[in-house]
Design a protein around this ligand. Sequence first.
Ligand SMILES: *Cc1c(COP(=O)(O)O)cnc(C)c1O
Length: 436
Amino acid sequence: MKISETVTVNEQNHLTIDGKDAMNLIKKYGTPLYVYNVSLIRERARLFVDTFRKLGVKAQVAYASKAFSCIAMCQLAAEEKMSLDVVSGGELFTALRAGFPADRIHFHGNNKSESELRMAINAKIGCIVVDNFYEIECLKRLCGELDTQVSILLRVAPGVEAHTHEYVVTGQEDSKFGFDLFNGQAEEALMKTLDDTFFNVLGVHSHIGSQMFETEGFVLAAEKIFNQLLNWKKKFGYFPEVLNLGGGFGIRYTDEDRPLPVSDYVEVIVEKIKSLAYEARVDIPEIWIEPGRSIVGDAGMTLYKLGSQKTVPNTRQYLTVDGGMGDNIRTALYDAKYTGVLVNRVYDQNETTYAIAGKCCESGDMLIWDLPLPTVKEDDYLAVFSTGAYCYSMASNYNRLPRPAVVFVENGEDKLVVKRESYEDIILNDLQLNEI
Ligand SMILES: *Cc1c(COP(=O)(O)O)cnc(C)c1O
């Protein structure tokens, strides 16, 4: 039985994930546990890729691996014909170890170190998304030293900033990322790279925000960028092959979130760029996008064992899980909203509203402030939904809690893809003060 697009329940009233009883996963792997519905990840990826194909434009759908990076996920992204965004040497290393095709890896970041850039150049990755003048100089030096050329996109700040429920347009964008599109910086960056033999300037990139529920932000950014590109075409005779509009496609965390189907975003973006190109009589550039959250977010959930409770009379009923901000810091960090159910009693009548707390030594270590559940008994387990993005990837060992395992489930088959950390792992890099 299906309660939503992502959640199903079996005859025992247990939550199931892509055909697998979640209680079996708990028995096999313990808690806390991150579990991914792999069929759903594939479905999300295919919708992006297929929509571009249907619309007949050249495109790359680059999975923003910072949302959830591990070797298995990079391999899944490769299987689904996605490209891959990395933002650090660590994410790049993971992708390369996964055997991800280097020519489809794009490297982002506002302070890439020389050794990270060297690693990227040596691996012959597809492109480096250049963020600032410091990086241009560093790349020039490295390309000279390594006697090579790099393909780049220039990251521009188009002065469109998207928020969850609204977007704002600022004249001069106050952001640490990219070259301002209108104050001369982006143009200067283009001049510095265009005639330099070390650089193959593929085009421009912008990423305007996250967890967006409308398409206006993308349309606005595309218009602003296109106008500037046409100016540059007149001035320098240069028109880019690639226009990358970033990620930020919203997902459902709770019923209050109403995301558009990802095909809608893609259609709007493609139609806009087609019409801009048609009006200006230029070739339609290749369109790249970079979904992270919308690929993995609602395909993942976290399973916890429920433990201690505390009643604050007339105020709140606290209920504690065996994890918390170590495996999901988003509530503490962004006041993120989640929902969940009892894994082992999904359809039992809700009777109590609980405040779901973590076990870390921080009052702010909360997962959900008000979750209606059946009255909780011993040996009840909680599933928190839509934890697939920015939870494992932001996980920490705060309080020296080992990070949970990650399990992939596909058509009833489960596979461990990241082992649970052990206490030995926790002290792996620790050294004795006095060597014995
Ligand atoms: C974070 C990020 C993304 C992905 O954002 P989502 O909200 O997860 O889709 C894409 N591109 C860039 C440059 C980013 O920094």
